[in-house]
Write a protein that binds this ligand. Structure first.
Ligand code: KMH
Ligand code: ZN
Length: 310
C-alpha cells in the first residue's frame, strides 16, 4: 500500500473578517499576533497564514509597518512557514494587497482565484455594542463587498511576486475558481505543483458540505491530475468537521480564528492554539501523522526560511 502523506496544519491567526467585539481571543496587537502564532506552531501548525491589524483598533491593515514587529518575533521563536495574505483587507486594490508579501518575500502567500461577493454582514445583527467605532459599519457594509480578483489582478500579483519565488496558497471559493486557476496555469502564470486551498462556507462562495468538497476535489483531479496538493478551510461551525473530512480524504487542513472563532458549537475558542491542538488530536487519533515545518517545506517545494526578507 502506498505510504500515506502526512497532514499539514495551517493556522490562519487573525484574518480580516472577524472584529475585536466578536471574541476577546482574536489577536490584533503585535504581541498577541506573535504569541498566538508561536503557540499555534508549538501546538502543531507548520504553516502560519498571517494578516496584520492596526494594533490600537484591531482594524485590518496592509501597512508593512504593522507586519514587521510580529514577523521578526515569529521567526526568532519558531521554524514554522510564514504565509502572508494577499487578500489583506478585502476591499483594497491588488497593488496594496500584495505589498506585504513582496516586501517580506515570504515562503508562501495567498492568491485568491476569482472575484465574488464576500459577505459577513449577518454577523452585525448579533452585537448591540461594539468595542471600536469602525467595526459595525465594516461588518454591515460587507453586504456590498465585491472581493475583486480579476484575471488582470491575478496576473499582476503573479508577475510582481514571481521574482520572490513564493509558493501560492491558491484560495478557491467555488468550482469556477478551479477553472480560473487552470487557465492561469496553462497561461504560464503558475508553475506545478500548485497548492490549492478549497474554501468552503463563505457567504458568496460554495457551501460547506461533504458533497461540495468531493466535487471540488474531483474537479481539481480532472484539471490538475497529480500536479497539485490541497487543503481545506471551512468557515464557522463547519471548520473542524470539514477539516476532519479533508484529512481522512488525504488532504491538508487549515484552522485558526481567521476562519472560525469557535472551538465547538456555541463555545468560543480561547486561542488559535486550541483549534490547532483539537484538529491535531483528531488527525492523529484517526491514524494520520502531522507534518513538521520542514516536512511541509518538502511536500510543497518551498524555497526555505533562509530566503525570506524579515
Ligand atoms: N478568510 C479566508 C476565507 C486571504 O487571506 O487571501 C480568505 C483568505 C483570503 O484567507
Ligand atoms: Zn487570510
Amino acid at each position: 500500500m502506498a505510504k500515506r502523506q502526512k497532514t499539514i496544519i495551517t493556522c490562519a491567526v487573525t484574518g480580516a473578517i472577524h472584529t475585536p467585539t466578536m471574541s476577546d481571543a482574536l489577536p490584533y496587537t503585535y504581541d498577541d499576533i506573535a504569541s498566538q502564532a508561536i503557540e499555534a506552531a508549538e501546538a502543531g501548525a507548520s504553516i502560519l497564514h498571517l494578516h496584520a491589524r492596526n494594533p490600537d483598533t484591531g482594524a485590518p491593515s496592509v501597512d508593512t509597518a504593522d507586519f514587521s514587529p510580529f514577523l521578526s518575533r515569529i521567526k526568532q521563536a519558531t521554524d514554522a512557514v510564514v504565509n502572508i495574505s494577499t487578500g489583506g483587507s478585502l476591499t483594497l486594490s491588488i497593488q496594496d494587497r500584495i505589498k506585504p508579501a513582496a516586501t517580506f518575500s515570504a515562503e508562501m502567500c495567498s492568491m485568491n482565484m476569482g472575484s465574488m461577493n464576500f459577505a459577513f454582514h449577518p454577523l452585525a445583527k448579533r452585537y448591540d455594542t461594539w468595542k471600536y467605532d469602525w467595526e459595525e459599519a465594516y461588518v454591515a457594509n460587507s453586504k456590498g463587498n465585491i472581493f475583486r480578483n480579476t484575471f488582470q489582478d491575478i496576473e499582476e500579483a503573479a508577475t510582481t511576486l514571481a521574482p520572490h519565488d513564493i509558493k501560492f496558497e491558491h484560495e478557491c471559493y467555488d468550482v469556477s475558481h478551479l477553472y480560473n486557476l487552470k487557465f492561469c496555469v496553462d497561461s504560464g502564470l503558475f508553475k506545478a505543483p500548485i497548492f490549492i486551498q478549497f474554501v468552503l462556507g463563505i457567504l458568496g462562495g460554495i457551501g460547506a458540505d461533504i458533497d461540495n468538497l468531493v466535487f471540488m476535489k474531483k474537479t481539481a483531479d480532472k484539471l490538475f491530475g497529480d500536479s497539485y496538493s490541497w487543503s481545506v478551510l471551512a468557515a464557522g461551525a463547519a471548520q473542524i468537521p470539514m477539516a476532519t473530512t479533508a484529512s481522512q480524504m488525504g488532504g491538508n487542513v487549515r484552522v485558526g480564528l481567521e476562519d472560525s472563532l469557535f472551538i465547538s458549537r456555541g463555545e468560543l475558542a480561547e486561542s488559535n492554539a486550541q483549534q490547532v491542538a483539537k484538529i491535531r488530536h483528531i488527525v492523529e487519533q484517526l491514524g494520520a501523522e502531522v507534518a513538521t515545518p520542514d516536512e511541509a517545506r518538502e511536500m510543497l517545494d518551498l524555497k526555505g526560511a533562509d530566503r525570506v526578507n524579515f
